[in-house]
Design a protein around this ligand. Sequence first.
Ligand code: TXA
Ligand code: MG
Length: 323
Amino acid sequence: MDTPIFSAEDISLAAHLLRKNEIVAFPTETVYGLGGRLFSQEAIQNIYRIKGRPSDNPLIVHISLLEDIERLAQEIPSEFYLLAEAFFPGPLTIVLKRRPEIPSMICAGLQSIAVRMPAHPLALELISQVGEPLVAPSANLSGRPSPTLVKHVLQDFQGKIAGVLDGGPCDVGIESTVVSLLEPQFPLLLRPGKISQEWIEKILNRKINPIEKKSDRSHLLASPGMRYRHYAPKAMIRLFFTSSDYSSYLSMTMSPKKKMLVSSQKSSRLFEPLEHFTLNNQTLYALFRQADEEDYEEIIVFCDEEISGNLALMNRLLKAAQA
Ligand code: TXA
Ligand code: MG
């Protein structure tokens, strides 16, 4: 059976299905999420199965009211409330110590829980109609680009989920920033996003550490998601940081491979008349999906200052290039 697409007027149908432990995808300001009831073992198992997600990679819990946090976490540090005041609802996920009654499956056995309050009005309304927080990983098959349109959700889950709530294109386009306050004295940036490290440091009035060093095993435990293959289109991704390297690659390469040329809107004018696709947070995942659909063999990216200075975007590009 085809997966129904619900519009905003049909949101109560989506909430009804979720209450019956079905899986329904919904829009957030970052990317679409694959939603299920937090306290439904059936829903959680189905999310892992349908997505093909390894069971040791935990899920983010989405709330619509700040007081919901007390049902999820314990020993909540004051830093949490500072960040919540500054950024909720918005694209920030915060890792805290979990309450013992939280199903351990969603936390992949960790003692922690990742929580965020999405800024999309339909997400907030859906959570409040269901009457409890919703777990939601990004609504893509494991290893595929995250979805920023209903079309992307259906490319991966047509006929496999009970519905998808249509909220139009996602404003932010890349997943939330993830910060851990498990040790409030040593906040850790687990995943970069639109909310930058500097911005968080300003609110907390202290430095925080990014987890980046590949050799450091502790980061694997702190952020299980970082261990997995990510956002990999079939095409090989090549990144160039100077226009001369970029142009000489284009002029010298003899390969007949089908190439997708990508740059910021500003830089694309430099390379006229060659046609370029515009890269920014909002177009990244759609371009990866288009490259797969149209059998591009190489994605060639000119990283000007606008792109290379966007750490969240560079993080996704580098992961995709390494995968
Ligand atoms: O923007 C987003 O965060 C989107 C939308 C749908 O809300 N969701 C999302 O979920 O990106 P997902 O499952 O694709 O990524 C969740 C990330 C993973 O890297 C996971 O390992 C990490 O958050 N995570 C979840 N729970 C964690 C925990 N208890 N401790 C550390 N990392 C955690
Ligand atoms: Mg994801």
